[in-house]
Design a protein around this ligand. Structure first.
Ligand code: ADP
Ligand code: MG
Length: 295
């Protein structure tokens, strides 16, 4: 009876838009009590748009966009796509960087037309020994208060601009969180983005303020999952990015967005085919029910 019930479970999973790697996966879903959600691309669309360019005194907006766009053109990050697209629209075809380096969870750096350029989190600049002039520090704070992500653009040893981007929350995310709660699960938000942006997204989808873990580097995401497991929780992780792969593999149950990267899908136990977060609860409920049938 066991193999048949499992087969039914996996078949029904396909109908719900959930792909299950193997029947053994169902077993790990039984005791899950915590669901950790990546923010960008999982709770939000992961398609950002550039909303504002702020500059340091005496710097032209288009120059900030052009140099940032040239570097971001070489990156696949959602922020990079937004910046590169806006730069191309406003300043024409970008120059090719002489050097390009991706710094995961922090930003990008390289050389464009002889200038040493950095684009990313404030931490990327401070690590390079650069400080923010007050007008840019103010721009960062204002953006964060509005729940928008902002990145700093620097070249030749000085911070010159701030780019404000925003990502839409998926219409189905709040409903997905409600469903997880109905199953008795605790939803948490895990992100590399800053505290205030994370808090504003959490508030919008119904995740408790004390269940938000922000400013986590990609290399630290798996360690966060390990810590939650060490507290005695049984953890499901939902993610889409290259950044999430190690955390998906570390979790008791890894769920990848079908709209996400291949690396995430390979690391996960389940794939939510359409990228609709509501399928996460469906998948967990289905697995529990299938196991109940077997026992
Ligand atoms: P998330 O966990 O939400 O998917 P990431 O770990 O990918 O976020 O990125 C965390 C932060 O690092 C971003 O919010 C941004 O500030 C910065 N960052 C990462 N990549 C880039 C990039 N290509 N350009 C600018 N900033 C970046
Ligand atoms: Mg992501």
């Amino acid at each position: 009876a066991t193999p048949t019930a499992l087969l039914v479970g996996t078949g029904r999973g396909a109908q719900l838009g959930v792909l299950i790697k193997g029947p053994e996966v169902l077993e790990s879903t039984r005791r899950v009590d915590t669901v950790v959600l990546d923010k960008t691309g999982t709770v939000t669309e992961g398609r950002m748009t550039l909303l504002a360019v702020r500059t340091a005194d005496g710097v032209a907006e288009d120059e900030v966009l052009r140099l940032a766009g040239a570097l971001e053109n070489a990156s696949e990050h959602p922020i990079a796509r937004a910046v590169a697209q806006a730069a191309a629209e406003r300043t024409g075809p970008p120059p090719t960087p002489e050097r390009f380096d991706n710094v995961p969870g922090l930003g990008v750096r390289g050389q464009v037309e002889g200038h040493a350029v950095l684009v990313g989190r404030e931490r990327l600049l401070t690590a390079a020994g650069l400080a923010l002039p007050p007008e840019l520090a103010g721009a960062l704070t204002e953006a964060a208060e509005r729940g928008r992500t902002a990145v700093v653009v620097a070249w030749d040893g000085a911070a010159r601009g701030v780019l404000e981007v925003a990502d839409a929350i998926k219409p189905s995310s709040a409903e997905a969180i409600v469903r997880l709660r109905k199953l008795g699960l605790t939803p948490m938000l895990l992100t590399g983005d800053n505290e205030r942006v994370a808090a504003s997204v959490a508030r919008a989808v119904g995740i408790e303020a004390d269940q938000v873990i922000a400013e986590v580097l990609p290399t630290e995401k798996a360690a966060v999952i390990d810590r939650l497991k060490a507290e005695g929780r049984v953890v499901a992780m939902v993610g889409d990015g290259v950044n999430d792969a190690a955390a998906l593999a570390t979790a008791d149950l890894g769920l990848a967005m079908g709209t996400g990267t291949d690396v995430a899908i390979e690391a996960a136990d389940l794939t939510l085919v359409s990228g609709d977060l509501r399928a996460a609860g469906d998948a967990i409920r289905l697995s529990r029910r299938t196991l109940a049938t077997i026992r």
